[in-house]
Design a protein around this ligand. Structure first.
Ligand code: ADP
Length: 918
């Protein structure tokens, strides 16, 4: 201690005397400059000790204290490190030998028993205490540092362990003998060992000899090279390989000696599996790419190929490798193809959307057509990295499409052809004349086959060429009968018996020669035409036969009339002579009835044949239905009453107007009434009703007679139809009545229907006639009945080549009181009129030599004959005949056999200007 330094002596003791004594001792026993600070209690002493300042320049001398003993004071003075804040010397009572060592252990640096107190002892104790305190303090400081560094080292170790334990990888260190002295948790968990078990274990024990050998080889490489190596290592866990990527490096001590191998192993098993899977996938893709018929090609941003599949070789003849790293243009592909691809790739990069392309390429095997898509491929960042082209060879598909189109076109062609053939066929079948058929055949054949010209020639029954020539000229004016230029196609028209009935010939096909198909089509048309021609011929012959039948019927009726005329005249004569009585008179009556029936039959027959030949002219007038029914009843009543039938009438009270021919309509109703009377057993009931229904006048004739069976109903209106020819009928019939009725009704624009519930159930016939329009007055009835016969006698010349007819007529006229002369031909008639000057000439038309017409014309040419009444009396009774006789100059036309009443009526209307006196 330096002399200039002041030693601050903290003097604690309850006794002030003791404290003074001690001060004196110290002063005398040392040469130090001391500053004494006294404390009379333990507490104040403690405060003094804690006061600031260098503790080395202080010392506590602790004499006995009243408030705390020395042990307590020391206890409170000791700090964490177990050292007092300043040196402490305890002055104990007595010699202190007992307490002294205890005080030293309790932290005091020295002690002095009061018995031993002397200046020297005190000074030495103070000195000792100071030195010992300083030493203790140094020791304590060093110990402190040591403890801190140990704690740090433990911290570092914990941290390291935590870090390596936290690592997912396996971390380990092995000494030079290969014994593990450091492992992390991952390592231990992987091999299933505790830290304790792991420490000191070898690879052999952990993995077995084989794996240990491999691992050891890597460790040795580390040891020999002294460097880090990275190696793949494989161990096995429950028989399955586990792959690691291991970084191994040497651990070196301060002296630079390697003492261990440290390793960090990462499990790459799943990575390796993924890698293997990826490789497998890549191989798979490559196989796919190489084997797909499509061309796959990938482009980078510079439009260079980075991948091309094997299919490219088929297209270009070049191996895929030749494409890699080069653009289409650099490869020298044709400019249009390069443009097509490069533009599409650029557009895909630019727009980020797939682009479609179509192109053709002249492959080594010929021209091929492709279609394809260029698709952008996005990287993980979303940027387009590549564009993938998928190109498909459409050549076969295109060809197939073309084939289908061609087939469709062919089908359409055939459909059109068939339709036209069908149309031609319809037209030809609709044509009923050979001329028309030939016309249609020529026209259709030319149009369908597109020929420039077509000719059809018909021959008749193999008798040589017929006049018919149907020729269509297309684009030249070549005369049809000259041989046509260019290729000819000729097909015969053949009849059913195999005979040739003509030919059809085409010239100048649309594309030069005619094909086999053209021939087939023409043959088909010719076959259709041949059938049509046969049909036309059949129809013509049927018409001919029908016509002949009508002619025959007309002639028959006419010829029947001739013999009827004299019979009627004869009967009339008998009646008027009044000479017959009794059975003779009854026989005459019977003969009259039968004659009337026969006349009606002949009339009907004639009417039917006239209507069939369209030779009936209706005398249409506005008439009442009532007039029709009156007329009909008048003629039918005798038949109805004759059979004892009751007749019930239901007639409209108001006049019902219709447009019609009174006589003909009366004929219709009378026919129906006659039939009802005829086909109803005696004493039956016949109803006649007539009323308006809607726009029609409806007449119904109903009887309760034999009825008509269902299968006959639809045919009763056919000509010559009779339900039962064996039926015994009082008046017989030809089966023409209903046919005539139907025709007449239809001529009037009406219709007729027959109904019957069956045999013996009666029948009903319903006639419907359109009502006449409302306006206009009813025209006077034409057939208002013959005028009253005049009693005036006249001079009548009868001219008929039928001698009986002429004679009977003149007899009858004589009975009527007329003066009569008879001649038998035209010349005689002309001769007779001059000198005799008759009032009336009854002239037959069909006379030998001069016809009735000739005679009439000559008489009319003679002014002297102007007043003569010329009456045609003939079997020909059609409207035509009547018109013709009128043109020839006749005043009247009577049809044979002439009824006496009709004759009288005509005579009554003779020209009035004849001088009565002649
Ligand atoms: P026709 O009386 O001369 O035989 P129609 O043409 O008048 O000829 O009649 C044809 C057939 O219809 C008759 O033969 C008859 O069988 C049948 N018929 C016509 N009217 C009647 C009727 N009212 N009742 C039963 N049958 C009828």
């Amino acid at each position: 201690m330096k002399n200039s330094d002041v030693l601050r002596v903290l003097l604690a003791g309850s006794s002030a005397g003791d404290r003074q004594w001690i001060i004196e001792l110290l002063k005398s026993g040392s040469s130090w400059r001391c500053e004494f600070i006294e404390s009379d209690s333990g507490e104040s002493a403690l405060q003094q000790v804690q006061a600031p300042g260098d503790p080395g320049e202080r010392i506590l001398l602790a004499a006995p204290l009243a408030d705390m003993d020395a042990m307590r004071l020391l206890d409170r003075l000791l700090d964490m490190q177990g050292i007092t804040p300043c040196p402490v010397v305890v002055i104990t009572p007595g010699n202190g030998l007992e307490l002294g060592p205890v005080l030293l252990r309790a932290g005091a640096q020295d002690y002095i028993g009061e018995e031993w107190l002397s200046p020297y002892v005190l000074a030495r104790a103070v000195d000792n205490a100071r030195v010992r305190w300083a030493m203790e303090r140094d020791l304590s400081a060093r110990d402190d540092a040591l403890q801190r560094s140990e704690a740090f080292a433990r911290g570092v170790q914990r941290l390291t362990q935590t870090i390596i334990d936290g690592a997912g990888a396996l971390v380990f260190a092995k000494d030079l003998e290969g014994r593990y002295f450091l492992t992390n948790r991952a390592w231990r968990e992987r091999v299933g060992l505790s830290e304790q078990q792991a420490t000191g274990i070898t690879d052999e024990a952990v993995y077995g000899a084989q794996v240990a050998q491999d691992l050891r080889r890597n460790d040795e490489q580390v040891l020999s090279s002294g460097r880090l190596i990275v190696a793949e290592e494989t161990t096995y866990q429950q028989g399955r390989p586990v792959h690691y990527l291991s970084s191994k490096f040497p651990l070196v001590d301060e002296a630079g000696r390697t003492y261990a191998v440290c390793g960090v192993s990462t499990d790459v098993t799943s990575l390796k599996q993924a890698q293997a899977a990826l490789q497998a996938r890549e191989r798979e893709l490559q196989t796919l790419a190489d084997n797909t018929p499509d061309i796959l090609t990938r482009f980078d941003r510079e439009l260079r190929h980075v991948f091309v599949s094997a299919a490219i070789e088929r297209m270009t003849g070049r191996a895929p490798q030749a494409f890699i790293g080069r653009t289409p243009r650099e490869l020298g592909l044709p400019a249009d193809l390069s443009d097509c691809w490069e533009n599409a790739v650029r557009a895909a990069f630019h727009a980020g959307q797939a682009q479609t392309v179509e192109f053709s390429y002249q492959s080594p095997g010929g021209l091929r057509h492709f279609s394809g898509r260029f698709v952008p491929e996005f990287g993980p960042e979303g940027a387009i990295e590549h564009v993938l082209g998928v190109l498909h060879d459409d050549t076969e598909q295109k060809r197939a499409e073309q084939d289908i189109n061609r087939l469709l076109e062919e089908e359409r062609h055939y459909t059109r052809l068939l339709a036209r053939m069908a149309q031609a066929s319809r037209k030809m079948h609709a044509s009923l004349s050979a001329d028309e058929i030939a016309q249609v055949l020529t026209q259709q054949a030319r149009e369908i086959l597109g020929a420039r010209r077509a000719v059809t020639r018909l021959t008749l029954e193999g008798t040589g060429a017929r006049t018919l020539q149907a020729v269509a000229l297309a684009d030249d004016a070549h005369p049809a009968d000259l041989p046509p230029p260019g290729t000819l196609l000729t097909v015969p028209l053949t009849g059913q018996g195999g005979q040739q009935i003509g030919i059809v010939q085409l010239a100048g096909g649309p594309y030069g020669d005619f094909t086999a198909e053209d021939r087939a089509v023409l043959m088909q048309l010719a076959a259709i035409a041949s059938t049509g021609l046969e049909n036309a011929r059949l129809v013509a012959s049927l018409r001919e036969a029908d016509h002949r039948k009508d002619e025959f019927l007309a002639t028959l009726a006419h010829e029947l009339r001739n013999p009827l005329a004299p019979i009627r005249n004869g009967l009339e004569i008998l009646r008027r002579s009044g000479q017959l009585t009794g059975p003779a008179a009854r026989a005459r009556d019977m003969m009259e009835r039968q004659l009337a029936h026969m006349v009606r039959l002949v009339d009907d027959l004639l009417d039917v044949s006239r209507i069939s030949r369209g030779k009936v002219d209706l005398r249409l007038a506005r008439i009442t239905l009532q007039a029709v029914l009156d007329n009909a009843l008048e003629s039918s009543r005798p038949a109805i009453e004759g059979s004892g039938h009751s007749l019930v009438l239901h007639l409209a009270t108001e006049p019902v107007w219709i447009e019609g021919d009174l006589t003909r309509l009366a004929q219709v109703v009378s026919n129906l009434l006659n039939n009802a009377a005829k086909y109803t057993p005696a004493g039956g009931r016949i109803e006649l009703s007539a009323q308006v229904e809607g726009t029609h006048a409806v007449i119904r004739v109903t009887d309760n007679g034999t009825g008509i069976c269902a299968d006959m109903l639809p045919r009763v209106f056919d000509l010559f139809a009779q339900v039962d020819r064996t039926l015994e009928r009082s008046q017989g019939g030809l089966g023409i009545g209903l046919s005539l009725v139907k025709k007449l009704v239809e001529l009037h624009g009406g219709d007729i229907r027959a109904e019957s519930a069956g045999l013996s159930q009666g029948s009903r016939f319903t006639v419907r006639l359109p009502l006449a329009g409302p306006e206009g007055q009813p025209p006077p009835c034409l057939e208002s009945g013959p005028g009253a016969p005049s009693a005036t006698t006249c001079r009548v010349l009868v001219c008929d080549d039928n001698v009986d007819g002429a004679e009977s007529l003149s007899l009858m006229l004589g009975l009527l009181g007329h003066e009569v002369r008879t001649v038998h031909d035209g010349a005689q008639a002309l001769d007779a009129v001059g000198p005799w000057r008759p009032d009336v000439v009854l002239l037959d038309i069909g006379l030998p030599g001069l016809s009735g017409y000739d005679v009439a014309q000559r008489l009319r040419a003679d002014p002297a004959m102007a007043g003569v009444l010329l009456v045609a009396v003939t079997g020909w009774g059609t409207e035509d005949d009547q018109r013709r006789s009128a043109r020839a100059g006749f005043d009247h036309h009577l049809t044979k056999p002439v009824e006496a009443a009709a004759l009288e009526a005509v005579l009554a209307r003779r020209k009035p200007d004849r001088p009565e006196a002649d």
